[in-house]
Every structure is written in C-alpha cells, then in structure tokens.
Design a protein. Structure first.
Length: 239
C-alpha cells in the first residue's frame, strides 16, 4: 500500500482499513444506549409535568371542597350574629324604646255640681319638680231618688258635670278627668221636660219626670231621674 492522502478525508477513509467487528458492535451499542437514555429522560419529564398538573388540580379541588364545607358551617353563624346585634342595638338608637301603653276611657259618671275649675300649673321655686296632684273621683248621682228642679227662676237650673275614668292595661290605676265640655261628649234627655244649656246646666221647662244621660267617646254614663216641678216620689228610677 502507498501513502495515505493527507488533505482529503474521503480518500483517507477509503484508504484506511475497515474497523474490526468488536469496534462496530461497541459503536452500535453506544448509539442504542444514548437513544434509550434520551427516551427515558423524555418520559421522566413528561411524567413530572403530568404529576405537577395533577397535583395542582388536586390541591385546587381539595381547597374548593374545604371552602364549601366552611361556608356551610360559617353562614348560619354569621346570620345569627347579625340578627343578635340588630336586636340588641334596636336600630342603632341606644336601645329599643318601651312601647307606650294606650290609655282609654273606661267609664263616665254624672255628678252634681259645676265642673271643676282647671288650676294653673304651679311654678316650682326649687330645682325639684312639683308633684302632680291627681284629680279625685266625683260622687255619682244615685239612680233613686229623683233630683228635684223647678220651672221658674232661680230654681229652674240643675247643675251637673260628667267625669271620665281613664286607664291603660292595668284598670286598677284609673285616672279621672272632667269631660263635661269635651267635643265628643253628648247630653240626652228622654221626655223634653228639661233643656240643655251649657257647661252641664239643665233648665226645667215643663212639669213632669225626665231622664238624663251623658255619653263621651261612645261610653255611656248612668241614667238619672229628675222631677221637674213634680213631687220626687212621683218619678220612678229611669230604665
């Protein structure tokens, strides 16, 4: 054999003897090993990506389930606390104000005499407020005997007044007030032997027996008998 060409690699390869069988097997095995290692690395990377994505999904699903369970537990508790705070505060006004007890007229009584005069409110001379004086209950006119009255002046006027008893839920603690001249107070007689003047005064116009009744706010008083220029024994109690 001649000299090996130096400049041309192709001609150099043609001139060189082929590699031995052992060398060729080693090269083939090395190439297959590299391909196998590369395939294993690719599979590992794909497996890691799959595991990472699955782990993220698992965490998100687990967190969403935990949040649902917590919301089921916490929602009723929050609603209860909000209701308790609103009831205790009474709308933010420093507590709920007591409900006023309605006061109503429970009875009306006809009494003899002029209506009581309204006294002026006393002016306190000390820092302490004055103590209010309750109006006393009047004595109702009995149903019998009849009240006498004439038809000639000055004995032809029968002076009466009407007093109302007012109370709330507890009727034992009634308060009294004159209702003689109230706008919703009406006076009635049955036979026309008397005529109503004003301020609870009745005037006799003709002899006979008469019955007087007062009504205030739909509450009726007792019915009293009056003998007008007639003997009292001749007038029976009014029905």
């Amino acid at each position: 054999m001649g000299r090996l060409p130096k400049g041309d690699p192709v001609r150099r390869a043609l001139w060189e003897p082929p590699p031995s069988l052992f060398a060729r097997l080693f090269l083939a095995y090395s190439h297959q090993t590299r391909q196998a290692r590369l395939a294993i690395r690719v599979k590992r990377l794909q497996f890691r990506q799959f595991c990472l994505t699955g782990w993220v999904y698992a965490v998100i699903g687990q967190c969403s389930m935990r949040w649902r369970r917590r919301s089921i537990v916490f929602a009723p508790v929050l609603i209860f606390l909000a209701a308790a705070i609103s009831l205790s505060c009474g709308g933010g006004g420093g507590g709920s104000s007591p409900t006023p007890v309605p006061i109503s007229l429970i009875s009306v009584a006809i009494c003899s005499g002029s209506p009581p005069l309204q006294t002026p409110t006393p002016t306190p001379t000390t820092p302490a407020p004055p103590t209010p004086t309750p109006t006393p209950a009047c004595i109702p006119v009995p149903l019998s005997p009849a009240l006498p009255v004439g038809t000639a002046s000055p004995g032809n006027v029968l002076q009466l007044n009407a007093q109302g008893a007012f109370a709330g839920a507890n009727k034992k603690a009634a308060k009294y007030r004159d209702v003689t001249n109230n706008t919703n107070t009406l006076w009635f007689d049955s036979t026309g032997k008397l005529t109503y003047g004003s301020n609870g005064a009745w005037v006799g116009v003709s002899p006979g027996c008469d019955c007087i009744t007062a009504s205030a706010g739909g509450v009726q008083s007792q019915t009293i008998s009056v003998a007008v220029a007639t003997p009292v024994a001749a007038c029976t109690p009014c029905p």
